[in-house]
Design a binder for this molecule. Structure first.
Ligand code: TMP
Length: 217
């Protein structure tokens, strides 16, 4: 399945305000320091086309199917142009959000049909034209920064002008968190839950320790 993709694919997930982004750069430095070549990227985004789609997704009102199709369109371009080539070169790809975010936000948060999302996931993340489950590209490791939505809202308050998702009520993020929890249960080997209700230093120590325990760093 990943025979020609020698690299390591790591994604970072969590509700808005959980604090994941500050740790991605730190982990990138840790990998670079050990001599790995690192591709640091994000979703929605990571290519010129996908960054344009990101602006639409984060700012324009749309129904949940349109939103799901746009995040998967952005993902397709990103996977084909950036992620697969970097993995083929043997690099460490650190991606700020990936498909678990779609299941959490569009699925659990917006209530969109999970089976349809699973179909799109296979189409977009496999190279076969009609999608092939056995060829599905998934991260090797997913950090889930877990924080109670009420605490995340406190952290976000006043930080910057909120986008379409950040301005959702706490109840929406309760649902998104449930979505992440379900994905974590379904793929326990891939997921690593990080307790985000700690100091930045303690969270980062957990991030590094986990990468070492899993044998990636
Ligand atoms: P960010 O602020 O962490 O960069 O994430 C952008 C926003 O996009 C965040 O609120 C989550 C949302 N999002 C989705 O709704 N679905 C997705 O598939 C992805 C990748 C992000």
């Amino acid at each position: 399945m990943r025979a020609n993709l020698k690299g390591t694919f790591i994604s970072f997930e969590g509700i808005d305000g959980a604090g994941k982004s500050t740790h991605i750069e730190g982990l990138a430095k840790a990998f670079s320091g050990k001599g790995y070549k690192v591709t640091l990227t994000r979703e929605p985004g990571g290519t010129s086309l996908s960054e344009k789609l990101r602006t639409l997704i984060l700012n324009d009102a749309m129904d949940a199917l349109t939103e799901s199709l746009l995040v998967f369109a952005a993902r397709r371009d990103h996977v084909e142009r950036v992620i697969r080539p970097a993995l083929a070169r043997g690099e460490v790809v650190l991606c700020d959000r990936f498909t678990d975010a779609t299941f959490a936000y569009q699925g659990a948060g917006r209530g969109f049909d999970l089976q349809t999302l699973s179909t799109l996931e296979v189409w977009v993340q496999s190279q076969a034209e009609q999608g092939l489950q056995s060829d599905l590209l998934q991260p090797d490791l997913t950090y889930w920064f877990d924080l109670a939505p009420a605490l995340a809202a406190e952290r976000l308050a006043g930080a910057r002008v909120p986008d379409k998702f950040e301005s959702q009520p706490v109840a929406f993020f309760e649902a998104v968190r449930t979505g992440y929890a379900a994905r974590a249960v379904a793929d326990a080997k891939r997921f690593a839950r990080i307790e985000a209700n700690q100091s930045k230093e303690a969270v980062f120590a957990d991030v590094i320790a986990l990468a070492k325990v899993r044998g990636y760093l």
